[in-house]
Write a protein that binds this ligand. Sequence first.
Ligand SMILES: NC(=O)c1ccc[n+]([C@@H]2O[C@H](COP(=O)([O-])OP(=O)(O)OC[C@H]3O[C@@H](n4cnc5c(N)ncnc54)[C@H](OP(=O)(O)O)[C@@H]3O)[C@@H](O)[C@H]2O)c1
Length: 235
Amino acid sequence: MTSRLADRTIVVTGASSGIGRALAEELLARGAEVVGLSRSPGRLPDGVRPLAVDLTHREEITAAFSKLEIFDALVNCAGVAYQSKILDGNPADWEEMWRVNVMGLALCSQLALRHFPKSGGRIVNVSSLSGHRVPPGGGFYAPTKFAVRAITDSLRLEIKAAGLPVQVGSVSPGFVDTPLLDDYFRGREETLRQTRASMHMLQPGDVAASILHLLETPPHVEIGDITLRSSDQRV
Ligand SMILES: NC(=O)c1ccc[n+]([C@@H]2O[C@H](COP(=O)([O-])OP(=O)(O)OC[C@H]3O[C@@H](n4cnc5c(N)ncnc54)[C@H](OP(=O)(O)O)[C@@H]3O)[C@@H](O)[C@H]2O)c1
């Protein structure tokens, strides 16, 4: 059966690694055209149209989107994670997380709305279980993901009030086996080793499958959020 996504154009931030990369590969396999945003376009999967952008810079985001024509969906997957405490963490880490996870995601969403066809579009945000509950030691990362959840809900209300044919949803995974965990557990490598050993962790493709479900759902169905975790993850 032909996928609903065949011949659609999907813009994926963070398509060079982890969840975004797995998603880009699945989209290509379904016949979609994929535009990948990343600071390192050389790391994008073959077949992805590269768009170099550092999401900490508003001007770069605006310039990148100005190069795009009409497209059908945006997946905000790029993110950074440090367990940087409010108590004594480095504010430079907070700032980077805020700029990429929150400001970058919101600006990409605003700009994408100008590129969707009249028939409609879809935005999927990659949040986290840390957008639903604050894990011990979650520091400033969880607040950025709570913000992603609020932005997703705010934007959905605004879109409905404006009468736009656009659906907005999110996926909220627990631990996923990607390079992001090396940053999240920076300085606590033994804890990361034990965490990996304690569970059959979600793989990037598991999360990509949930994002694909949101993207493939017909326009009259709007999924708000999908939470998923390893069956071995306790909280
Ligand atoms: N892994 C987990 O356990 C987990 C759990 C819950 C939620 N998440 C969320 O899932 C999303 C994807 O994470 P992942 O695990 O797949 O991480 P990852 O493998 O480290 O990938 C992160 C992606 O974000 C991009 N990125 C980071 N900073 C950027 C910047 N300043 N400008 C442009 N792109 C930037 C990276 O691209 P370049 O480096 O090429 O620029 C990379 O493609 C994130 O939003 C993360 O918060 C992850």
